[in-house]
Design a protein around this ligand. Structure first.
Ligand code: HEC
Ligand code: HEC
Ligand code: HEC
Ligand code: HEC
Ligand code: HEC
Length: 180
């Protein structure tokens, strides 16, 4: 009887410990810290005539990763030397204060990445965007409508999404093509 009680207590303890440790074992589950600037994709896609994803994410056609643009890409359009009397006074909205503060420092904007595949999965933007000529929106459909950065993550593209398209496009479905 006493022994049974001891086991019950022990297994109870193990369950409680496991439940307490679970969040620590699944990193970044749930909300991410906010991005340094509340960047608005939709506004940029609508207000800048002829702008493409590629104008800011310039590495996607060349590298495995797409990259989040450096501050100098922003300064192509948002002049850090402008002042309030300029015609472009529109540029002095609250969010700009944060952007312009980065013009005065040597640091770049500390954006953090949200979309991932696991480390053992190989994915190349160049291969899909430049070689297979797939539109960014096909894999990132939510982005053009976002008025604020993605705030929940990490966002993982599931294996079934990759395989479904690979089957349709007659691309490789060999395990080692993606798991290297
Ligand atoms: C075939 C699907 C697919 C297409 C097409 C695609 N992406 Fe991605 N994107 C992904 C996947 C998968 C990840 C996660 C990649 C990883 O873990 O390496 C990702 C990650 C990203 C990231 C964050 C990480 C990084 O690579 O810097 C950005 C930014 C991004 N994509 C932008 C773009 C843009 C811009 C285009 C078009 C020029 C594009 N993507 C086209 C699937 C795609
Ligand atoms: C191709 C030109 C262009 C580039 C590059 C560009 N922007 Fe903009 N941005 C605009 C235009 C146009 C607006 C709308 C301006 C307006 O109406 O006052 C805008 C508006 C904004 C606003 C104000 C939005 C709001 O919520 O009121 C912020 C903040 C901003 N951009 C940040 C950035 C950042 C950060 C980058 C770099 C990653 C960037 N922009 C790159 C053209 C650009
Ligand atoms: C004016 C510059 C600009 C343009 C144009 C732009 N982006 Fe972005 N993109 C950014 C910035 C800055 C971030 C980081 C802040 C955020 O997440 O909103 C970002 C973030 C992203 C992310 C999330 C990266 C991650 O870590 O997961 C994806 C995916 C992405 N962009 C895809 C696109 C696609 C697809 C298009 C075209 C429809 C596009 N972007 C057009 C500047 C731009
Ligand atoms: C919308 C369609 C589409 C999606 C989604 C997609 N792919 Fe692809 N992928 C292709 C096409 C088409 C090719 C062939 C490109 C070429 O001609 O080289 C390809 C090629 C590849 C290759 C090179 C294969 C080889 O033969 O060496 C890898 C690796 C790969 N994809 C990984 C992924 C991963 C990982 C994902 C999911 C995160 C994914 N792909 C999602 C269409 C897609
Ligand atoms: C076109 C790319 C692609 C191919 C081909 C592919 N996988 Fe995956 N696989 C992925 C991606 C992306 C993930 C991570 C997302 C997820 O868990 O759904 C994944 C996840 C997995 C996982 C979960 C563990 C992990 O690595 O995160 C296993 C197990 C797995 N794949 C086995 C296989 C086997 C076995 C094959 C061959 C029959 C295969 N995969 C073929 C893209 C691929």
């Amino acid at each position: 009887m006493a022994l049974k009680k001891k086991y019950a207590l022990l297994s109870g303890l193990i369950i409680v410990t496991a439940v307490l440790l679970l969040p620590a074992m699944i990193p970044n589950l749930g909300s991410l810290p906010p991005q340094p600037i509340a960047f608005n994709h939709r506004l940029h896609m609508e207000r800048v005539q002829g702008i493409g994803c590629r104008d800011c994410h310039q590495l996607a056609h060349l590298q495995t990763y797409a990259g989040i643009p450096s501050k100098f890409v922003c300064f192509d359009c948002h002049n850090p030397d402008a002042n309030e009397s300029d015609a472009n006074a529109d540029a002095f909205k609250p969010e700009f204060g944060t952007l312009m503060a980065f013009a005065k420092t040597g640091e770049d904007i500390p954006w953090h990445r949200v979309t991932f595949t696991p480390e053992d999965v190989f994915f190349s933007h160049r291969r899909h965007v430049a070689v297979a000529k797939i539109d960014c929106r096909k894999c990132h459909p939510e982005i053009p409508d976002r008025t604020s950065p993605l705030d929940r993550g990490p966002i993982m593209m599931g294996m079934n999404t990759c395989i479904k398209c690979h089957e349709e496009a007659k691309a490789s479905v060999d395990c080692v093509a993606c798991h290297r």
